[in-house]
Design a protein around this ligand. Sequence first.
Ligand SMILES: [Zn+2]
Length: 271
Amino acid sequence: MNYKQIGDVGQNCAIGDLSKFGLGIAFPLSDNFPFDFIIIAGNKLFRAQVKSSSQHINGGVYFGIKSNSFYSGETKAYSEEDVDVVICYDLRDHKTYILVHKDIKGQKAFTIRFTPTKNNQTKNCHWHEKYILSKERVKEVFDFDVPVFEDFFGEMNRLATQYPHVCEECGKDFINGSKNSKCCGAKCSKKSQRKVERPAKEELQHLIEITSWVQIGKKYGVSDNTIRKWAKGYGILGKGHGRGYWAKLHANKLPAPTLSSTILETEKTIF
Ligand SMILES: [Zn+2]
């Protein structure tokens, strides 16, 4: 990875972190500005420069916070004319910090400390708690109240119109946002779709007399065994209609069955 790519990782991670706090991001249509992007905090805009670092030394993380002039090669500290905030992204610990000019005080480097210095010096010591991206820090720097995301979808569901239903399959009461729900869930919905309209007893009896279980099954989109179960349920399982009956019939070894009723117009199609 090169320097520019590392910088992009830091910038993108910082943007992700800022987004988690409800802050908006806008990019300028040019590389010529002394800031990387604009932070949108409610109705206020802040020019932001990102600095990435993985340099952990002596209990702190070191950030270089100077701008390099492309033309002169000169470096200078950020001034209030250039940027409003400097966002520091720690590439090792994946933490985002916000610095304002009051913190930077014209310096070209900034070390954010986690542990005290060797001589326990606390003056000019930059403790990480003060700068780390948090609700409090966002309020302090941007005067912006971080929105609460946790309840958003629950609240949307609560506000959406709900309709009461009775499940066609299991009979349970249920409510949801759809007007025409028939089943309480995927399980019942699958069951109800599988259900096939059974023929009336007379119709089934008639079909059994004139054709095979397999053929009747095909007509209703079920197996021949399902047709046998239906016939059993109606008490009309044909005597002698066991295995081989139809094969024998079609080989003309059995007398043709007597038709109990005339063939319905629609049934003619299956023979
Ligand atoms: Zn159900």
